[in-house]
Design a protein around this ligand. Structure first.
Ligand code: FES
Length: 145
C-alpha cells in the first residue's frame, strides 16, 4: 500500500476528526481552502489516522477525491463512492469508508464554523454518522509519541 496525502497541513483552514466507537479507530483530515472566489475550493487535503489499513486506504482516496472540489461537491461524496473508488470493500470494512466520509464532513464543517456559517455546520454534522472526536485523537497522538 502506498497511501497519498499522509500528514498534516500547518494552519489548515478546516480540520475534522472522527472516531468509530466500536473499533476505536480515528481519522483526522486537514483542508486548505482557496477563498479567492465565491466558491471556496479545496486546494489541498491531507490526513492522519490511528486506524486499520482500510481506514488508511479510504482516507487516502477520499483526500484524492476532494482535491480541487468545491465544499458543496466534497459534501456530496458518500462512503459508498469512496469504497467504489477502491474497487469495493467487504461489508465488515464498510464502516472504515464511513470514517473517511465523516472526517471530510467534519473538516468542511470546521471551515464553515470558522467563517460564521454555524447553521450549515450543524446541518452537516447532523448528517454525518459519527461525532467529532478531537480529544481521543490527541490522546492517541500522545500515546504514540
Ligand atoms: S476497523 Fe475500524 S476503521 Fe477500519
Amino acid at each position: 500500500m502506498n497511501p497519498r496525502n499522509v500528514g498534516e497541513i500547518p494552519n489548515a483552514d478546516g480540520v475534522g476528526t472522527v472516531g468509530h466507537p466500536a473499533c476505536g479507530d480515528i481519522v483526522r483530515i486537514y483542508l486548505k481552502i482557496n477563498r479567492q472566489n465565491n466558491t471556496p475550493t479545496i486546494v489541498a487535503a491531507k490526513f492522519k489516522t490511528f486506524g486499520c489499513t482500510t481506514a488508511i486506504a479510504t482516507s487516502s482516496i477520499a483526500t484524492e477525491m476532494i482535491h480541487g472540489k468545491s465544499l458543496a461537491e466534497a459534501l456530496q461524496i458518500k462512503n459508498e463512492d469512496v469504497a467504489q473508488a477502491l474497487g469495493g470493500l467487504p461489508p465488515i470494512k464498510m464502516h472504515c469508508s464511513v470514517l473517511a466520509e465523516d472526517a471530510v464532513k467534519a473538516a468542511v464543517a470546521d471551515y464553515m464554523k470558522k467563517h460564521g456559517l454555524q447553521k450549515d455546520t450543524d446541518k452537516i454534522m447532523h448528517q454525518s454518522h459519527i461525532h467529532e472526536d478531537r480529544e481521543l485523537f490527541s490522546r492517541k497522538e500522545g500515546e504514540a509519541s
